[in-house]
Design a protein around this ligand. Structure first.
Ligand SMILES: Nc1ncnc2c1ncn2[C@@H]1O[C@H](COP(=O)(O)OP(=O)(O)OP(=O)(O)O)[C@@H](O)[C@H]1O
Ligand SMILES: [Mg+2]
Length: 305
């Protein structure tokens, strides 16, 4: 099997007596978007900082691209891109100058630097505004510029700590499409987000951590099935509908409220249940999937609290 691009083995990090990371183990395969999820303070940023060699672990081991995070962090930092809290942008300098500065810092030859700066600015929809001072930009535009900066040297692995936080709906969509495109071209992305819909849409694999420990890890669908698939049904004649289906083996629970049925199923496909409802005289207006990953997340975190 191919070596994982990120490997974390029993990692611990203490701040005084607080265990920010408490024996975290996981690995990330190449060429995917890996979603690293958890509540505020769960240990996500701490993990990324350790993987980049910016924070020293208290125990355990980790490697990125096969390099040890403690002994070989210089190798890691020259090869990966990262978008962290601190954008690293110079406010007085124009967007173009900012990227030019960083492209040269990455020692890209001049012609290559020019091409990359133009490419990433265009990709992120910032080319027309390239002469504006970065400091004059809105938070969302600065965030996109920081994302452009993180990928100037075309890294094979990108760490993105909440790249869509604070972005409007349109910008967030553009960034997500952009990330999907990067992965299509072979980049691996290690992503944190508090947006469960985003994680469900983008990630091939997600890990949910809480209090510095791994709670669950797998394809979003696998995590969903642990808590059941939520389906909301709106219709007429719902009275008595619950009795018609509640004994079906694929129905975990069924609540009727405000003219709606909220079901939890063992399968993502509600068609058999819907057929039974129709047979029982219900006239169905709408069948809607719930936000599954959010349910699974809440359930896992509650169980661990
Ligand atoms: N430099 C530090 N000194 C002391 N405690 C710290 C430090 N950095 C992080 N912590 C603590 O470690 C824990 C994990 O923090 P971390 O920033 O990794 O969480 P996170 O999962 O990134 O949260 P968020 O979703 O809010 O960004 C928190 O309890 C935090 O207060
Ligand atoms: Mg964080």
């Amino acid at each position: 099997m191919e070596q994982p691009i990120v490997e974390i083995d029993e990692l611990t990090k203490y701040y005084g007596t607080l265990a920010a990371l408490d024996g975290l183990s996981l690995s990330v395969a190449r060429g995917s978007i890996f979603g690293f999820l958890g509540t505020n303070g769960a240990g996500k940023t701490t993990t990324i900082n350790i993987l980049l060699g910016l924070v020293e672990p208290s125990g355990g081991a980790a490697s990125v691209l096969g390099f040890d995070v403690v002994d070989e962090s210089d190798e890691i930092r020259t090869r990966v891109g990262a978008l962290l809290d601190e954008t690293g942008l110079y406010e007085q300098m124009s967007a173009y100058e900012n990227l030019w500065f960083y492209a040269r810092a990455w020692r890209l030859p001049k012609d290559q630097a020019e091409a990359r700066v133009e490419r990433v600015l265009s990709d992120l929809g910032l080319w027309d505004r390239r002469h504006d001072p970065a400091g004059s930009w809105s938070r969302g535009m600065q965030q996109r510029l920081a994302l452009a900066r993180a990928q100037l040297h075309d890294p094979e692995l990108l760490f993105l700590d909440e790249p869509t936080a604070g972005l409007d709906v349109v910008s967030a969509r553009e960034v997500r499409d952009h990330l999907a495109g990067l992965v299509g071209r072979g980049t691996t992305i290690f992503l944190t987000t508090h947006n469960m819909t985003e994680a469900e849409e983008l990630c091939d694999r997600v890990a949910i951590i809480h209090r510095g420990r791994l709670l669950a890890d797998g394809h979003p669908d696998e995590l969903l099935s642990a808590s059941g698939y939520e389906v909301n049904i709106e219709g007429v004649n719902l009275d008595g509908a619950a009795e018609a289906i509640v004994r079906r083996p694929d129905v975990v629970s069924c609540v009727s409220e405000d003219g709606r049925l909220r079901l939890r199923l063992t399968t993502p496909d509600p068609s058999a249940v819907v057929a039974d409802l129709v047979a029982a005289g219900v006239s169905i207006h709408e069948v809607r999937r719930g936000t599954h990953l959010e349910d699974a997340f809440l359930e896992l975190v509650r169980e661990d609290s």
